[in-house]
Design a protein around this ligand. Structure first.
Ligand SMILES: Cc1cc2nc3c(=O)[nH]c(=O)nc-3n(C[C@H](O)[C@H](O)[C@H](O)COP(=O)(O)OP(=O)(O)OC[C@H]3O[C@@H](n4cnc5c(N)ncnc54)[C@H](O)[C@@H]3O)c2cc1C
Length: 364
């Protein structure tokens, strides 16, 4: 894939904002019906903060395109989700399994699936757009300054803080504050995806996760929106975790990011007019587990297929019909959220047999 500095044309069939999994799958499928421009505000290949755990839905969907290259899979190859109530020293290992990959390697591999007919421009930020009866007029910011392009359809796949969603005046979703430390592994860390709930960090803390990644282990923590002093809280979290996980050595890198904080099924919006929202931009992710890659891959694919299947004016209604099962899946997960976030819910989980915890987590 060649990354361009500026668009080659001033009119495209489809413009896609965001070269994450949603944007790449949308561009790939939309390219069956015309010229596509894919832009990303960051440089490519990008380096997105992520746990890099691929759900089996993601793996299965992507197998249709190509085999996930073994070189991006880390040690241990797969990890099982393990629930930890830290305060009561309760641990439950589940049957829910993830493929353990390098997220940077995964994202770079996804770009290799794009056909040459997709023009990729980065860094290039979508700043604004206006819809008219004949299409969408878009303003992009490139290294050389602002550039105007137009398209029949625009796909907003620009993530948790979507500018496309903002311009459409769809209410923005709040975001969790996430921090990830890459800690060296001294001797060993359990070969599982540990998810840890504890009270010591205070009410702004949601949970932490520890996942081994070859010679390092990611220690990620999720804090509620507007958390004050998250870096200090993460220092404290690391100190507490190290007491019972002596394999966690010094942190060699720390990164901060934003993750969607979904509160209601109304946060899920598939677009307006000739603008389709896919992946996190549309609110598509699991509100209960934070797993988002399978939703991004799936809704990006459905958006691209809807564009490829007929006239541009009808793309949104085709997409809305196609994503309905995804929307229902997310709505069902919302029913679990109050239980999961409550102290009573965590208390009850401690008494559930592992088999039942497995069954519940498979559905989250
Ligand atoms: C710390 C953390 C850990 C996570 N761990 C996991 C995990 O282990 N497994 C899992 O399944 N999910 C995980 N997720 C969620 C997952 O990363 C996302 O759900 C997924 O990447 C969403 O894909 P997307 O294509 O919708 O958006 P993104 O991957 O966020 O891509 C959006 C792209 O849009 C670009 N962009 C933004 N604004 C503009 C603009 N104005 N113009 C042009 N481009 C723009 C950005 O640069 C970015 O490249 C994690 C998230 C976080 C924050």
């Amino acid at each position: 894939m060649q990354v361009l500095e500026t668009p080659r044309h001033d009119r495209y069939g489809t413009v896609v904002a965001g070269a994450g999994p949603a944007g790449i799958l949308a561009a790939l499928h939309a390219a069956t019906s015309g010229r596509v421009l894919l832009v990303d505000s960051s440089g490519l290949p990008r380096d997105k903060s992520c746990g890099g755990m691929l759900h089996h839905h993601t793996v299965r969907t992507l197998e249709r395109y190509d085999r996930i290259p073994p070189g991006i899979v880390l040690d241990p190859r797969t990890v099982h989700f393990r629930y930890n109530d830290w305060d009561r020293r309760i641990t439950k290992t589940t049957t829910l399994e993830f493929l353990n990959v390098s997220r940077a390697g995964f994202d770079e591999w996804l770009t290799t699936l794009l056909p040459d007919t997709v023009d990729v421009v980065a860094p290039c930020e979508l700043r604004d757009f206006r819809q008219s009866p004949s299409g969408v007029d878009i303003t992009l910011k490139t290294r050389d300054g602002d550039v105007a392009v137009s398209s029949d359809v625009l796909v907003g796949a620009d993530g948790a803080r979507s500018q496309v969603r903002r311009v459409l005046e769809v209410p923005s979703t709040a975001t969790y504050v996430t921090l990830q430390d890459f800690c060296t592994v001294q001797e060993s860390v359990a070969p599982v995806f540990d998810c840890i709930y504890m009270r010591d960090i205070g009410d702004q803390y949601a949970y932490s996760y520890v996942v081994p990644k070859g010679p390092t282990a990611i220690v990620g923590s999720v804090y509620y929106p507007k958390t004050k002093h998250p870096w200090e809280k993460q220092d404290l979290t690391l100190d507490i975790l190290r007491e019972r996980m002596p394999g966690l050595g010094p942190s060699v890198k720390r990164e901060a990011a934003a993750a969607l904080y979904l509160r209601s099924p109304d946060d899920v919006v598939c677009g307006r007019g000739r603008v389709l929202l896919a992946g996190e931009a549309g609110g598509f992710m699991s509100p209960t587990s934070g797993e988002g890659i399978s939703y991004a891959v799936n809704t990006g694919r459905l958006a691209g297929e809807a564009i490829g299947a007929g006239d541009a004016a009808g793309a949104l209604s085709r997409y809305a019909a196609a994503v309905e099962p995804v929307r229902r899946n997310i709505a069902r997960k919302f029913r679990w959220l109050p239980f999961m976030e409550s102290r009573a819910g965590k208390y009850v989980a401690g008494f559930m047999p592992e088999k039942l915890v497995s069954k519940v987590t498979e559905g989250l």
